[in-house]
Design a protein. Structure first.
Length: 97
């Protein structure tokens, strides 16, 4: 099996959107999802996160985007620690060349 995307933009957007979407029937679908994104992530990643929010709305806020300073692990750590451990799912999205 394989997935074929017409461009890197489409691949990045699709992967980011998939990581941020939980569908009814999945074990953790009622937990809020907190996505932590590097400030300089490519627009395709940011678009995937934004589209996930639009497509997964279940009548309440459940997908939150937190942007941390570029390559600043201390800033990311502070933001991660602000969210209770067991109250949500946390996803960190970063990229490199």
């Amino acid at each position: 099996s394989a997935l074929l995307f017409p461009s890197g933009y489409a691949a990045n957007m699709s992967v980011a959107m998939s990581l941020c979407c939980l569908h009814p029937g999945q074990d953790d679908c009622l937990l809020p999802i907190h996505v932590f994104s590097d400030r300089l992530n490519h627009a395709s990643i940011i678009d995937g996160i934004k589209y996930a929010k639009a497509k997964t709305s279940r009548g309440r806020e459940h997908l939150f985007l937190h942007v941390y300073k570029h390559n600043d692990m201390e800033d990311l750590k502070r933001k991660l620690e602000e969210i209770p451990e067991k109250a949500s799912l946390k996803i960190v999205i970063s990229e490199s060349v």
